[in-house]
Ligand binder design. Structure first.
Ligand code: AKG
Ligand code: FE2
Length: 318
């Protein structure tokens, strides 16, 4: 049972009155002591209530900080906005992984000259895979540049608007919040000249006109399984140094990524329930490689080595 401040004050006032009347009417101290006992009990009740206020405040503070951390984690972790709005809740409630996908895996499987039938046994293994020299035939390798994307977006009506209407723009840790800002940077920053802040961004090519044009520069790897399904759009990631912080992706399929330009360092780690049997490790993806990773169960973080400018085309299969 708890009493309010007001009730406590009232009780105190009434008890004080009774006590004074009692003394005035010549009542003995033992009766007064009884009243004092009631007082003390009332005080205890008040303290109890005070304690519960403290407990409630502490719980509220903890909850608020969780909400705050979820919010900030959301900002920093979102590698693709396909993530749930509440990353920590999703991570805490996702089904536990069967660790066979990472047992004895300490580096990616390296494949060369891969055909669909050769790739078949790896396709859904969820093991990290690099296919070397897989995109040398893409026009993107020669023609993807910052200026090429800038021109394409500036010349296409509704291109920027498509990114404001549900298409994904990811600034990772850069201070650039729209593609318009990315394509308005001073030349020194574009080139990451000494003293400039490095930048790294990604976006979905959802505008139909842009998608149609960009798909002429690359193609879905032809060794992916016959029956695989693909999303309706791809993502472009480009920039210097920064990369993505450690995260899991909330996506439907496995990830593939063509490394069009520059090198990218990947740090991957198993999910916590597999940490006792699996290991984290790092690897580099070189220009013309395709990397495949089940980003739903491999934590991953990326960085672009200093001096490199990375451009990748990224999508999913499954
Ligand atoms: O390529 C990157 O820098 C990050 C990619 C990523 O997080 C992903 O493909 O899921
Ligand atoms: Fe990711």
């Amino acid at each position: 049972m708890q009493i309010t401040d007001k009730e406590y004050k009232n009780l105190q006032f009434k008890l004080a009155n009774i006590q004074q009347n009692a003394i005035r009417n010549g009542l003995t101290f033992s009766v007064i002591e009884d009243y004092e006992l009631i007082f003390k009990n009332a005080e205890k009740l008040f303290k109890k209530r005070y304690n519960s206020i403290v407990i409630v405040s502490v719980v509220a503070a903890v909850l608020l900080s969780i909400v705050f951390s979820i919010f900030t984690v959301d900002i920093f972790i979102s590698a693709r906005c396909l993530l749930p709005s509440n990353y920590l809740v999703w991570e805490a409630t996702r089904p536990l992984a069967n660790c066979s996908y990472c047992i004895n895996v300490t580096k990616p499987i390296i494949l060369r000259n891969v055909t669909r039938s050769k790739f078949d046994k790896y396709a859904y293994s969820s093991k990290p895979i690099i296919v070397k020299n897989a995109i040398g035939h893409w026009r993107a390798v020669k023609e993807f540049h910052y200026d090429m994307f800038k021109k394409l977006y500036e010349d296409t009506v509704g291109s920027y608007e498509s990114l404001e209407e549900g298409c994904q723009f990811l600034n990772f840790k850069s201070d650039l919040f729209t593609l318009r800002e990315v394509f308005s940077m001073p030349r020194e920053r574009v080139n990451n000249d000494p003293g400039q802040k490095p930048w790294y961004v990604g976006w979905g090519n959802c505008h139909q006109g842009i998608l149609h044009k960009l798909r002429k520069y690359y193609s879905v790897p032809n060794f992916l399984p016959d029956d695989a399904e693909y999303p309706a759009t791809e993502h472009i990631f480009m920039g210097y140094e920064i990369g993505a912080v450690m995260h899991l992706d909330y996506i439907e399929r496995l990830m593939w990524q063509g490394q069009v330009k520059g090198m990218k360092k990947w740090s991957v780690a198993p999910v916590p329930e597999c940490e006792h049997v699996c290991h984290k490790f790092k690897f580099y993806v070189e220009p013309l490689d395709i990397v495949m990773l089940d980003t739903r169960i491999w934590y991953h973080e990326t960085t672009i080595p200093k001096g490199q400018f990375s451009i990748t085309v990224q999508s999913e299969y499954g």
